[in-house]
Design a binder for this molecule. Structure first.
Ligand SMILES: Nc1ncnc2c1ncn2[C@@H]1O[C@H](COP(=O)(O)OP(=O)(O)O)[C@@H](O)[C@H]1O
Ligand SMILES: [Mg+2]
Length: 337
């Protein structure tokens, strides 16, 4: 393996399923020891990207490498250094948690004793020690995800792929899983994480790549993506929509305020560079026209604002959970083949 290559490198990857272009030419780089958040709505191409990188799908064009190893030319070598945990926990319902982990360890050619020791340690770490001897079919959704993630770690992969790891989990289980992911990263694991949740990318990722319809539409740190919109969002709330329409006209004519105003019911929103100065200018202009705002707020742009500005639609809007791959267990790559 090449010691200087990035953990993950994707160049010009395309993938088509009959008439559907799932990936239209994707470039990605994940430096070692960092977390990349691959953010996009349902159907954007996140799972397809992960499947190419975890060697379960061969791209039509382009190349992909993990730790410098080509995923098409040397898939076996790639599988040894990666772990995959996903939206649909690939665990065996009829085995106990411990048996699941030991089986994964055995399939990764670990000695029985090593597989056992690691399984016990992972159950402990993921707060599953007590449930370890129970059949998985008695586990909650959050427990299954934690077990699935534990299973991806049995062979201690340096690169981890997490495909929507917290989709469908309650907030507490999501927070627990975030803590575990942060710990793994602190230990030096490289993570490529896909998510539809802007907050998740914001919380966990060093860099974010936004994809939509199989194309990269933006990338940067969460801060960089937000600052593209201007430093601050100024929101003025009016008494009613008629007043808001008048305020919109007044504020749009204030060139000094940065971008044009945009109306949302009784609310008028502007992205501005200097919040307090813009707020004063806005209030003066409104007052000059006899319009009294009911409320005024300055806030940091959220990734939601960014996504909306980039794509014209909200990230989590109108999404339907996709279906588990028919291949079932084989979705996990680490050491299972
Ligand atoms: N095996 C497949 N056969 C046909 N179409 C597929 C298949 N896998 C994915 N697609 C299509 O490719 C596009 C991207 O899918 P996917 O990578 O699963 O998106 P995401 O994970 O971001 O929701 C979607 O339009 C999806 O319907
Ligand atoms: Mg997916």
């Amino acid at each position: 393996m090449d010691d200087n290559s990035p953990a993950v490198e994707v160049r010009g990857v395309t993938k088509r399923f009959r008439d559907v272009v799932a990936l239209g030419g994707i470039d990605l780089t994940v430096p070692r020891g960092t977390v990349l958040g691959l953010l996009g709505p349902n159907g954007a191409g996140k799972t397809t990207t992960v499947r190419v990188l975890t060697t379960t799908l061969v791209p039509d064009e382009g190349s992909a490498r993990v730790l410098g190893v080509d995923v098409v030319r040397q898939p076996d070598l790639v599988r040894r250094s990666i772990g995959l945990a996903g939206q649909f926990a690939a665990v065996d319902e009829m085995l106990t948690g411990r048996e699941n982990l030991e089986m994964v360890g055995r399939l990764a050619h670990l000695e029985r004793a090593v597989a056992r020791t690691r399984s016990v340690a992972l159950l402990e770490r993921f707060d599953l020690a007590e449930a370890g001897n129970r059949m998985v079919r008695t586990y909650s959704g959050g427990m299954r995800r934690r077990l699935d993630l534990a299973a991806a770690l049995v062979h201690r992969p340096p690169v981890l792929f997490l495909d929507e790891p917290t989709t469908g989990l309650d907030p507490q289980s999501r927070n627990n899983l975030w803590d575990v992911i942060r710990e793994l990263v602190a230990e030096g694991t490289t993570v490529l994480l896909t998510t539809q949740y802007l907050e998740e990318a914001d919380q966990l990722a060093d860099r974010i790549v936004v994809i939509d319809r199989g194309l990269v539409i933006a990338e940067g740190t969460a801060g960089e993506l937000k600052s593209r919109l201007g430093a601050t969002v100024l929101e003025v709330t009016l008494a009613d929509e008629a007043a808001a329409a008048r305020a919109e006209t007044v504020l749009t004519s204030l060139a000094a305020l940065g971008s044009g105003a945009e109306r949302d019911g009784p609310l008028v929103r502007l992205t501005v560079d200097e919040g307090p100065r813009a707020a004063m200018a806005a209030l003066r202009a409104l007052d000059g026209d006899g319009i009294a705002p009911a409320g005024l707020a300055l806030r940091e742009p959220s990734l939601d604002d960014v996504f909306l500005a980039l794509t014209g639609h909200k990230a989590e809007e109108g999404t339907v959970p996709d279906q588990p791959a028919a291949a079932g267990r084989s979705r996990r790559s680490g050491g299972l083949h």
